[in-house]
Design a protein around this ligand. Structure first.
Ligand code: HEC
Length: 143
């Protein structure tokens, strides 16, 4: 009788583990799809609003417009980057060891467009920066 209970507990345990893993896999797939769609929309936003200064491959313009590709600023300043896109970015910042002391005006984007373009620049040109940015996250960031 005791042996049978052990077997039952172990079997139920295994089933729970398997069910759980399937859930995690589905969740990740859905998240990936949401991110991929957002990146696609972000590509259009980038082409319309950012490419003139930060250029095609996010390389920027030497001493004038900082790079986004491989930018340590973008990688480690998620909130300031979003804030910059929402309200403008002014004053001294250091990007990959170079100081920029300039101004980027807000581009008049909606919170959804800012989320999309953030996802695009965080996951382009070899960048793999962080979790998906959502419209809700952008909405919460104040001046
Ligand atoms: C008119 C030129 C211009 C446009 C257009 C522009 N930027 Fe910028 N961007 C700048 C400048 C200049 C800075 C540096 C500001 C400073 O020195 O404080 C900057 C800084 C940044 C930074 C932080 C520094 C870095 O390199 O990681 C990010 C992120 C960024 N821009 C993203 C964007 C995105 C996304 C768009 C399009 C929605 C955009 N920018 C449009 C000129 C521009």
């Amino acid at each position: 009788m005791k042996l049978l209970s052990y077997i039952t507990i172990i079997t139920v345990g295994f089933i729970l583990i398997i069910v759980n893993q399937t859930d995690v896999t589905n969740y990740n797939t859905v998240q990936d799809k949401v991110l991929q769609e957002s990146i696609k929309r972000g590509n259009d936003v980038y082409a319309d609003f950012c490419i003139t200064c930060h250029l095609d491959s996010g390389e920027g313009v030497k001493n004038t417009f900082p790079p986004l590709a491989n930018s340590d600023y973008l990688k480690t300043n998620r909130e300031s980057s979003i804030k910059g896109l929402k309200y403008g970015l002014k004053g001294k910042i250091t990007v990959n060891g170079k100081v920029y002391n300039s101004y980027m005006a807000p581009q008049g984007l909606g919170n959804d467009e800012i989320a999309d373009v953030m996802n695009y620049i965080n996951h382009s040109w070899g960048n793999t920066y962080g979790e998906i940015v959502t419209e809700e996250e952008v909405a919460k960031i104040k001046k």
